[in-house]
Design a protein around this ligand. Structure first.
Ligand code: ATP
Ligand code: MG
Length: 430
C-alpha cells in the first residue's frame, strides 16, 4: 500500500505563474527586450547564488535587505556562506569586474529574473519576485542618468501607462552626506521621543534612512529635518540640474522629493523613483540612481555607474489596471480526427501547417467528436480542422471557424477545403 503523501504547497510569498497569465509576462518581456536593445543595452546573466559578503559589502550592513531580508545559508558541503540574490546590481558589478569588461569601454547592460527577499507578503510584496535591471557601467552622466529616465518614460508610453509619476532627488557626494549627517543626528536626538525602535537603532549608523520611514507618527519629524539637498555643493547641484534640464528637453515632468534616499547604501548624486497611486501601499514600480563608489568598493578599478530596477509584478499589476488583458490561446488551429488513420494524417498535416508558421494542436488520444470539439473551443483556437471518414475518402478537410474575426469581415461558419489547398488557405485566413 502506498503511504499517503501530504500535498506540498508553494512557499509563502512565492507565486506560480500559470499558463493563462504567462502570456502577459512573455508579452512584457518581448516589449522590454526590444525597448532595451533600441537604446543599445545588451543582456547579462549572473548566478542566483552569490557569496553573502558580496551583498553585505555592496548593499550595506545597515539596510533593510541585509539586516532582515536575505535568504542566507551555509553550504553544507564546503561551509561557505551563500545568499540568494536580493537584487541584481551587486552581482552585475561583480561580474563586470571579474571579467574585466569595463577595461576598454563602458557597458550598457541589463538582466531580468527572480530575486529573493524575506519580507511580509502582501500585494506587491513577495519573497520571490522579478526585476528588470538596467545598468550603465562606466558613465559619469548627467547625460546617461537622463537617458535612463527618458527610456523609462518611453516604456510606460509603449505599455499605455499614464498614472505614473517621477520623483527625483540628489544624494550628493560622500563629503556632503558626512557634513549633513552631524546636523541630522543632532536633530534626531532632539526628536528621540517620536522615533520608533528601528529609527533609534539606525540614527547613528544610517541616519538618512530614518527619513525614509513610512511610519505615520514620524512624518512631521522627517519633513522638518535638515535637508541634505540644501547643503549640496555646486558640482552636485550642476549634475542634478544637468539631469533635470534634459528631462525638461524631453518633456518629462518630475517632482523634487528631498526625502527620497532609496533602500541601498551605494547611491550618490541622482536618485529617482517612478510611483503610482493605482497599486495601493506598494506604489513604487521602479527605483534607481547613481552609484559611483560601488565598483571600487567591490574591488574594481574605480568607475562611475548608474542604473535602475523595475519590479515586474508591480508593473504587470499596473498594466492589468490600465489595459485590457488578453490570454494567449493555446493554438490557432485545433485538429480533430475520427479514426486512427485520420489521426495519423492529422499529425502529418499539422507538421505542414507548422512549416507555414501556424500554431497547431492535434487532439491527443482517442475521443468522440463532441469531446474533441469542446476541447478545440476551450483551446482558444481560431479554427478547428476536422478529418473524418468522409474527408479522408474525398481527400478534403472540414474547416470550422470558431471565432468571429476582429476586422468584422464576413466569414463562412464552415467550409470544405481540399487537403492539398489546406496549408495555403489557412495561412491566408487564420
Ligand atoms: P520598497 O520600498 O517597496 O521596499 P525597495 O526600495 O526595497 O522597495 P528596490 O530594492 O529599489 O525596492 O527594488 C526595485 C523595485 O523592485 C521596487 O521599486 C519594486 O517595484 C520592486 N520590489 C521591491 N521589493 C519587492 C517585493 N518584495 N516584492 C515585489 N516587488 C518588489
Ligand atoms: Mg524593500
Amino acid at each position: 500500500m502506498t503511504q499517503s503523501f501530504q500535498k506540498v504547497r508553494a512557499l509563502t510569498g512565492m507565486k506560480d505563474v500559470l499558463p493563462d497569465t504567462s502570456g502577459q509576462w512573455e508579452a512584457l518581456e518581448a516589449v522590454v527586450r526590444e525597448w532595451l536593445s533600441s537604446y543599445g543595452y545588451r543582456n547579462m546573466r549572473t548566478p542566483v547564488l552569490e557569496h553573502t559578503r558580496l551583498f553585505t559589502r555592496g548593499i550595506g550592513e545597515v539596510t533593510d535587505i541585509v539586516e532582515k531580508e536575505m535568504y542566507t545559508f551555509t553550504d553544507a558541503l564546503n561551509d561557505e556562506q551563500l545568499t540568494m540574490r536580493p537584487e541584481f546590481t551587486a552581482g552585475m558589478v561583480r561580474a563586470a569586474i571579474e571579467h574585466n569588461i569595463l577595461y576598454d569601454r563602458p557597458q550598457r547592460v541589463y538582466a531580468m529574473g527572480p530575486v529573493f527577499r524575506h519580507e511580509k507578503p502582501q500585494r506587491g510584496r513577495y519573497r520571490q519576485f522579478h526585476q528588470i535591471d538596467v545598468e550603465a557601467l562606466g558613465f559619469a552622466g548627467p547625460d546617461v542618468d537622463a537617458e535612463l529616465i527618458v527610456m523609462l518614460s518611453r516604456l510606460w508610453k509603449t505599455l499605455g501607462l499614464t498614472d505614473i509619476r517621477l520623483e527625483m532627488n540628489s544624494l550628493g557626494q560622500a563629503d556632503e552626506r558626512a557634513a549633513h549627517r552631524d546636523a541630522l543626528i543632532a536633530y534626531l536626538e532632539q526628536h528621540k521621543d517620536v522615533l520608533d525602535v528601528e529609527a533609534q537603532r539606525r540614527m547613528y549608523t544610517n541616519p538618512l534612512r530614518v527619513l525614509d520611514t513610512k511610519n505615520p507618527a514620524m512624518q512631521e519629524m522627517a519633513n522638518n529635518a535638515p535637508r541634505l539637498f540644501d547643503i549640496l555643493g555646486s558640482d552636485s547641484l550642476a549634475h542634478f540640474e544637468g539631469v533635470c534640464e534634459r528631462l525638461r528637453d524631453a518633456g518629462i515632468d518630475y517632482t523634487l522629493n528631498t526625502r527620497l534616499v532609496r533602500g541601498l547604501d551605494y547611491y550618490n548624486l541622482t536618485v529617482f523613483e517612478w510611483v503610482t497611486d493605482r497599486l495601493g501601499a506598494q506604489g513604487t514600480v521602479c527605483g534607481g540612481g547613481r552609484y559611483d563608489g560601488l565598483i571600487a568598493l567591490l574591488g574594481g578599478k574605480a568607475a562611475p555607474a548608474v542604473g535602475f530596477a523595475i519590479g515586474v509584478e508591480r508593473l504587470l499589476d499596473l498594466c492589468a489596471q490600465s489595459a485590457e488583458q488578453v490570454t494567449l490561446p493555446e493554438c490557432q488551429v485545433y485538429m480533430i480526427h475520427q479514426s486512427p488513420d485520420a489521426q495519423r494524417l492529422a499529425a502529418k498535416v499539422a507538421e505542414s501547417l507548422r512549416d507555414a508558421g501556424l500554431r497547431v494542436i492535434v487532439h491527443a488520444g482517442p475521443a468522440g467528436f463532441k469531446a474533441q470539439f469542446k476541447r478545440a473551443d476551450a483551446s482558444g483556437a481560431t479554427v478547428a480542422v476536422i478529418l473524418g471518414a468522409d474527408e479522408l475518402a474525398a481527400k478534403t478537410a472540414s474547416v470550422k471557424w470558431l471565432r468571429v474575426k476582429e476586422d468584422g469581415q464576413d466569414q463562412p461558419q464552415q467550409e470544405t477545403i481540399a487537403l492539398d489547398r489546406l496549408v495555403t488557405e489557412l495561412k491566408l485566413k487564420v
